[in-house]
Design a protein around this ligand. Structure first.
Ligand SMILES: O=C(O)CCC(=O)C(=O)O
Ligand SMILES: [Fe+2]
Length: 196
């Protein structure tokens, strides 16, 4: 079935990432998705077309899904051939991700950013409404069990590296994320202020 297939794909990607980071236990991330208690979600989004005359005062297309980062570990997205997804570059500019109904798009979630102590970044993204066609997307969000401590992996912290984040569980992060607004920098609350 589709959900278990994308979950397997998410796990595979996470194992390759672990290899890339030279982590011995290549299932450090994927085991959290495979856990019976894994807090994963599968979502279907439908964005109806939104004609030009619905543009905002600045002539921009309307937003279908406001900017945010995905809070979980990894997201596996598939969409139809309608554009709309955009990612935010470091300089704040938005660029479109070309739609491809035959491809999967992988997004790093906030939890993976923390577990890798910032080596992988959860990228801000949003969806702008298409003027002509409707967009459909399906996303598998692979999350850890609620009780899981989200912290940089000890095997990555063997040198003198300091954790960039305070300790929290996935439950605490979720609770805090629900209280915030979508566009807030949710991870900001859990970042350590490091004195230089
Ligand atoms: O529909 C899309 O292409 C992306 C939606 C999204 O970012 C989300 O559901 O978290
Ligand atoms: Fe998202």
């Amino acid at each position: 079935e589709y959900v278990s297939a994308v979950k397997r794909m998410g796990c595979e990607v996470l194992e390759l990432l672990a290899d890339g980071l030279k982590i011995q236990a290549r299932d450090v991330f994927s085991k959290l998705l495979k856990d019976e208690q894994s807090d994963s979600v599968f979502r279907l989004n439908h964005y109806p077309p939104c004609p030009e005359n619905y543009q905002d005062m600045n002539g921009r297309n309307l937003i279908g899904f406001g900017e945010h980062t995905d809070p979980q570990i990894i997201s596996v997205l598939r969409s139809n051939n309608t554009s709309g997804l955009q990612i935010s570059l470091r300089d704040g500019n938005w660029i479109s991700v070309p739609p491809d109904q035959n491809s999967f798009f992988i997004n790093v979630g906030d939890s993976l950013q923390v577990m890798t102590n910032g080596r992988f970044k959860s990228v801000r993204h949003r969806v702008v409404a298409n003027t002509l066609k409707s967009r459909v997307s399906m996303i598998y969000f692979g999350g850890p069990p609620l009780s899981e401590k989200i912290a940089p992996l000890p095997s990555l912290m063997e040198g003198s590296e300091d954790s960039l984040y305070k300790e929290f569980t996935w439950f605490e992060y979720k609770k805090s994320a629900y209280k915030s607004r979508l566009a807030d920098n949710r991870l900001g609350l859990f970042e350590k202020i490091v004195a230089s």
